[in-house]
Design a protein around this ligand. Structure first.
Ligand code: SAM
Length: 239
């Protein structure tokens, strides 16, 4: 449950230096959060993994896109703490010269939060280049569908924080949920479904197919994986 979670009033209040200390100077006590956030404008979180679970996607994608800051968001406290520890351990391995791939993992982090609430309080309009929804909880029963993480209202929030040209990636092993997510994003005026040709060679698709914990479980069980990706359209011009 999320009723004890605190949210920033605006993206300017996010202190990213605690998440990405190698990229942001820490806030000194004489600065307000707004002043401090202006020092952060050069670098921004550009990838969000919604419902990141145990963090497999960002841990795998971090070294592949080393200059991009990426954030997992997870609602369960213990799972979030697990991912925090995992990232701390990876960073430490690098510092101790024991990193397996020479990557320092400074560009990945995790935050506890309910993605169905207040995302626009955390990210500026058009801030994100990519958003992932990997194996979201299916909520099978019709009366539970409102708990699904993609809906017409939420699609509008996602359109707000994803920049034109940015991409929403979805994957699930539940065909009904796949159809649901695809329908709601296809029906949205600010998203276009991408063709398999457009996605060919996209390292993010490969990673989301193979490297999330849930995806690995589906592979072990010989399950299907349904992928649908959507490009954020340009904002309409008002005449
Ligand atoms: N994406 C991961 C993967 O592929 O391995 C985890 C998939 S798991 C089935 C779904 C995750 O979404 C769970 O860890 C759950 O706690 C999280 N979750 C569910 N609703 C959420 C919400 N509203 N905001 C953030 N995380 C959420």
């Amino acid at each position: 449950s999320d009723h004890n979670l605190e949210y920033p009033h605006s993206p300017d209040q996010m202190d990213w230096s605690t998440h990405f200390p190698a990229f942001f100077p820490p806030r000194n006590e004489s600065e307000t959060t707004a002043e401090h956030s202006s020092t952060q404008l050069q670098k921004q979180v550009e990838i969000a993994d919604i419902g990141c679970g145990f963090g497999g996607l960002i841990v795998s994608l971090g070294p592949k896109l080393p200059d991009t800051l990426m954030l997992g968001m997870e609602i369960r406290q213990q799972v979030t703490e697990y991912v925090e520890e995992r990232i701390i351990a990876l960073r430490r391995q690098y510092e101790e010269g024991e990193s397996e791939n020479g990557h320092n993992y400074q560009n990945i982090s995790v935050i506890r939060g309910n993605a169905m609430k207040f995302l626009p309080n955390m990210f500026h309009k058009g801030q994100l280049r990519k958003m992932f929804f990997c194996f979201p909880d299916p909520h099978f029963k019709a009366r539970k569908h409102k708990a699904r993480i993609i809906s017409p209202g939420l699609a509008s929030e996602y359109a707000y924080i994803v920049k034109p040209g940015g991409i929403i990636y979805t994957i699930t092993d539940v065909e009904d949920l796949h159809n649901w997510m695809a329908r709601h994003l296809e029906d949205h005026p600010l998203f276009d479904r991408m063709t398999p040709e457009e996605l060919e060679g996209d390292v993010c698709v490969e990673t989301m197919m193979g490297d999330t914990e849930e995806g690995k479980k589906v592979t072990r069980n010989n399950g299907n994986k349904f992928v649908a990706c959507f490009r954020r359209r340009e904002d309409p011009e008002w005449s």
